[in-house]
Design a protein around this ligand. Sequence first.
Ligand code: 4AD
Ligand code: MG
Length: 480
Amino acid sequence: MFNKRIRIKELLAQAPTGQEVVVMGWVRSFRNNQFIALNDGSTNNNLQVVVTLGSQDDDLIKRITNSASLKITGTLVPSLGKGQKMDLNASMIEILGDSDAEKYPIQLKNRPSLEFLREVAHLRFRTNTFGSVFRVRHALAFAVHKFFNDKGFVYMHTPIITGSDAEGAGELFKVTALPFDNTPRNDKDEVDFTKDFFGKATNLTVSGQLEGELGATAFGDIYTFGPTFRAENSNTTRHLAEFWMIEPEMAFYDLEDNMNLAEEFIRYIIKYAIDNNREDLEFLAQRLADEEKQLPQDKRSEMGLMEKLGFVLNNNFERITYTEAIDILRESNHNKKKKFQYPITGWGMDLQSEHERWLVEKHFKKPVILSNYPKEIKAFYMRQNDDEKTVAAMDILAPGIGEIVGGSQREERLDKLEARMKEMHVPSEELWWYLDTRRFGTVPHAGFGLGFERMVQFVTGMTNIRDVIAFPRTPGSAEF
Ligand code: 4AD
Ligand code: MG
């Protein structure tokens, strides 16, 4: 058997008593032809491997370069040096893969910038920052499944290719097998999608919600966790064209039940990461503190990362209505001094991210759940309130991020749903299957969508969403 290695994270938790072990990993540095810092991705803490001078061939020593991969057998002993608890005294070193140090793109000594590392995203996992970010991302993903599984939710895989636009926002990537030259056309000289692969126009999904509702009205509680796609031309630190979304959908739930679940869920996954990835989070907290030292005082966060996460665990989210939010914004000095780029024009306006961020970061200084938005600025499926002006929507806004969750109670009354679809020009013929749930045993139900990358940003303190997904897809960029 080739692989009886022990992971460095496990090894570092053992007492060094001269035991023989095999480790494999990549070289982070090699000092004085004697000390190898070896990393295997299980932790940011490198294992110090000590090579006794003269014990290895000169040829082999020359091949121990930045990012070369090694298999090392040795004995684990208490370290004589400062900075680490133990050393691995190498008895046998095998080079598994050479690495030309001159050509290796990431020179750790020069503290490469996050922007530069995006250009070499295929190798950036081998840095401490990205090691920590992606281990935390993994823990959060696992916690998502654990949370819902423990509550008896059914994990549903909704389709990636669909014929509908769940959000009705028209930000669709088309999926077609038609040729681009000589495209078939109908009498109206439009592209004839009846000749296409599926016999109709299709696109990549923007949300699994509509199919999720079908599941909820049979299983009671379901959730989805999958990629979603939006061809929205937003080049910001919070938008991706391909992002992962978690969408729970619950029968027999109203808007308040929905908010309670969302709040419990967010706390649970944050706590899971703190309990299981403290070392990585502390590393990221320090990284963020260092990054913020470069900023002017008023641009720095008031709390450190760990403090912020602890605060979210221990304090209820603020809950206010859209109407209350507009009043607060309108009356704010920030607005009166005309400091918003988009002034508060009054009830009915859509909130810009600067407004959302002012509310959470400057006014409430904690996550906020905004509810009951004007129906005109929300999707067709949201339940209409008795005032006939608002819908039972809720968005959760997080400090540093803005909107992290969007959700609502759904319109379960067939007549009201059909009327709203008509008003909003949502084609009801195409959504006949969705309307069927309202025809056969309709129930009050609700759900929400959590943008997974925005959640990872919140927990890791990474300011750019491109740094929390392995290979970001953004306008003009789909490398790797
Ligand atoms: O608010 P959205 O558009 O809501 C929905 O898609 C509903 N169907 C969800 C539901 O009720 N089941 O998106 C939900 C969340 C947002 O709050 C945001 O966190 C994230 O998805 N999101 C994005 N994340 C990254 N890049 C983008 N372009 C995003 N668009 C939305
Ligand atoms: Mg939204």
